[in-house]
Design a protein around this ligand. Structure first.
Ligand code: A3P
Length: 287
């Protein structure tokens, strides 16, 4: 099995999921359409959660679609081999598309289009912890040698999809545009229903209170964990859930159970350096 990452424009990718030719096509030739809706995240920031919420909004709270069609078909990852080329020529577009691509290599045709972008961020320390377990259970990442080593790789951006800092700072350039919605995993945990209402408003979808309650209920962690079309149990070749479940804990602040004081200080130091000059304030910046 291929185990070496390759680099596209300075960003690491795993050859099992992407290749240079497709990434070049995505960046330069993929046609973003005005009706497109993109679910964009740095890995482990709530991607599958958003797909579930978007699916349930689309089906007006009815979970049938979410429980019969895998999430990667409901909202395909455009960077996965052949997906973008297939979507570009198909007369039918999926209702949503997902991507972990950095803004710098995202389809150029996004610029000037009315396509909607939902960008979800999560406390990067929790992203790192979630990614550390994910890297052990999936064939799409190399096995970490230790938490300490993985922390360094993460801070240097030497992991698939590159640096968290570049990703967030790149996409945040769109913040304030009417076709860009910024969501935070940690806020969704606090108030999922409020998040659903916000997403509906952004999409121009008017749902009544009862429907919003249904969307909220079916996208709760405990319900998604049971959903085979959301928990990746169908892809046993790629995800070994005996090592760590994909739907692992679904909480905020798990980093406190993993970082030593020294590691947290080091992380904060790099964070300050890399976020210096940017004016955004995320929930975790306030603690
Ligand atoms: P943990 O590993 O911290 O549990 P992604 O979908 O971007 O790969 O992110 C996966 C992370 O989101 C995992 O975090 C997973 O448990 C969490 N997650 C998925 N659905 C969730 C939900 N409904 N509520 C809370 N967390 C959820």
């Amino acid at each position: 099995m291929a185990d070496d990452y390759f680099t596209y424009k300075g960003i690491l990718f795993h050859p099992l999921s992407s290749n240079e030719n497709d990434l070049n096509f995505i960046e330069n030739e993929f046609q973003v359409l005005d009706d497109d809706i993109f679910n964009i995240t740095y890995p482990k920031s709530g991607t599958t959660w958003l797909t579930e919420i978007l699916s349930l909004i689309r089906s007006k709270g009815d979970p049938t679609w979410s429980k019969t069609v895998p999430n990667w078909e409901r909202s395909p990852w455009i960077e996965v081999i052949d997906v973008a080329k297939r979507l570009n020529t198909s007369s039918e577009r999926p209702p949503f598309m997902t991507s972990h691509l950095a803004k710098s290599i995202f389809p150029r045709s996004l610029v000037g289009s009315k396509a909607k972008v939902i960008y979800t961020v999560r406390n990067p320390k929790d992203v790192l912890v979630s990614l550390y377990y994910f890297a052990q259970m999936t064939t799409f990442y190399k096995d970490p040698e230790s938490f300490e080593q993985f922390l360094e790789l993460f801070l240097k951006g030497e992991v698939p999809f590159g640096s968290w800092f570049d990703h967030v700072n790149g996409w945040m350039e769109l913040n304030g545009q009417s076709n860009f919605l910024l969501l935070c995993y940690d806020d969704l945990l606090q108030d999922l229903r409020g998040g659903v209402v916000k997403i509906c408003k952004f999409l121009g979808q008017e749902l009544d209170d009862e429907t919003i309650d249904l969307v909220t209920k079916h996208s709760l962690f405990k319900n998604m964990k049971e959903n085979k079309m959301a928990n990746f149990s169908l892809l046993a070749n790629y995800f070994d859930q005996s090592k760590s479940p994909f739907m692992r804990k679904g909480i905020s602040g798990d980093w406190k159970n993993h970082f030593t004081v020294k590691q947290a200080e080091h992380f904060d130091h790099v964070y300050q350096e890399r976020m210096n000059g940017f004016h955004w304030i995320f929930p975790w910046d306030k603690n």
